[in-house]
Design a protein around this ligand. Structure first.
Ligand code: FES
Ligand SMILES: [Fe+2]
Length: 341
């Protein structure tokens, strides 16, 4: 008997193709909410944060009236990335020819523009984007007409609240890493624990990965996984907020990591995770936690890079999902196909 239609993986040709990535950039990354950093980075009036939404440079500002805004972080003069990093500043000045913008995006001054007949500052404001916060987390969308962030989050804050109070955790550190694999391979690897018994012996010794007790739930805008520690019974949650925000809460003292899974070309994924913990978590536990997390991360990197090389052989059109164990891959692929249609 043939496999059901939705049990086919996406075509392998989608995982190493410039044209598909261009479509994903315009139809997904230029339109969707993505994790952009910490709300605390733009808490003060007069602060800014340069961030990135799947390759689209975005700058978030808090103007002197306290209003939070986001713009395409691209100078209207000749297209330089306008600003980098974060901090407090009265205006945003381009490093190339010193065009200077107000924190509300209006062009304040452009050197020598008074010599140009008909030059009108009003016409050269930064392009607006969207910004929103959820607890300590900041999200951006390059689309100025994006749905409200709360609509995109849907039931996720309520579900996550069963595992952790996001308003009671403190930022600890950011860890950056990457893999030589298409971003969708990295996302799909994150969406199942079918590989856990084989590929993550340390994780599977601690966490119950039996299919009857490891929960998988597809929601309209996110995919949720629920796990339990074998010994303590403490609960963890792992979420992918479409298209590319990963959120991890491991069983144990209050901990959370969050960050984007972003394409850097068809064969390269760049990631970072912002780690948050409850105040006063023991240093010894933290050391063990990071060692454990790093071990699982290295195992996953080896897996996704292997998938990239295997797919690139070019002799197989696609693979076969096990819908009982990989329903979140089917859900993600369905969502993706919908966006790209
Ligand atoms: S590109 Fe920004 S001032 Fe010229
Ligand atoms: Fe894994």
């Amino acid at each position: 008997m043939a496999a059901p239609a939705d049990a086919r993986t996406l075509p392998y040709s989608w995982y190493g193709d410039e044209a598909i990535l261009r479509e994903e950039r315009t139809r997904i990354f230029a339109r969707c909410w993505q994790y952009g950093g910490r709300a605390a980075q733009v808490a003060a009036a007069g602060s800014f944060l340069a961030t990135d939404a799947g390759g689209v440079p975005i700058v978030v500002t808090r103007d002197r009236e306290g209003e939070l805004r986001a713009f395409l972080n691209v100078c209207r003069h000749r297209g330089a990335v306008l600003t980098e990093g974060c901090g407090e500043r009265a205006t945003l000045q381009c490093h190339y020819h010193a065009w200077t913008y107000e924190l509300d995006g209006r062009l304040r001054s452009a050197p020598r523009s008074e010599r140009e007949p008909g030059f009108d500052n009003e016409e050269w404001s930064l392009l607006p984007a969207c910004v929103g916060t959820w607890g300590p987390f900041l999200f951006v969308s390059p689309d100025p007409d994006a749905v409200p962030l709360a609509d995109h989050l849907g039931d996720l804050p309520g579900i996550l609240a069963r595992a952790i109070d996001v308003d009671a955790i403190e930022f600890h550190s950011r860890v950056e890493f990457g893999a030589e694999a298409n971003w969708k391979i990295v996302v799909e690897n994150f969406l199942e624990c079918y590989h856990c018994p084989t590929a993550h012996p340390g994780f599977s010794a601690e966490v119950d990965v039996h299919p009857d007790r490891y929960g998988l739930e597809a929601h309209p805008t996110f995919a949720a996984q629920f796990a339990q520690a074998k010994r303590s019974g403490e609960r963890g949650q792992f979420h992918l907020l479409y298209p590319n925000t990963g959120i991890n809460v491991f069983p144990g003292p209050p901990n959370l990591s969050i960050g984007p899974i972003a394409p850097h070309g068809p064969y390269r994924t760049q990631r970072y995770l912002d780690y948050f913990f409850a105040p006063g978590v023991e240093a010894e536990w933290l050391t063990e936690f990071f060692a454990f997390d790093d071990q699982v991360g290295r195992e996953d990197t080896a897996l996704v890079e292997s998938v990239q090389r295997g797919m690139a052989s070019g002799l197989l059109p696609n693979g076969r999902l096990l819908l009982g164990s990989e329903p979140l891959l089917a859900a993600f692929q369905g969502w993706l196909a919908e966006q790209l249609r």
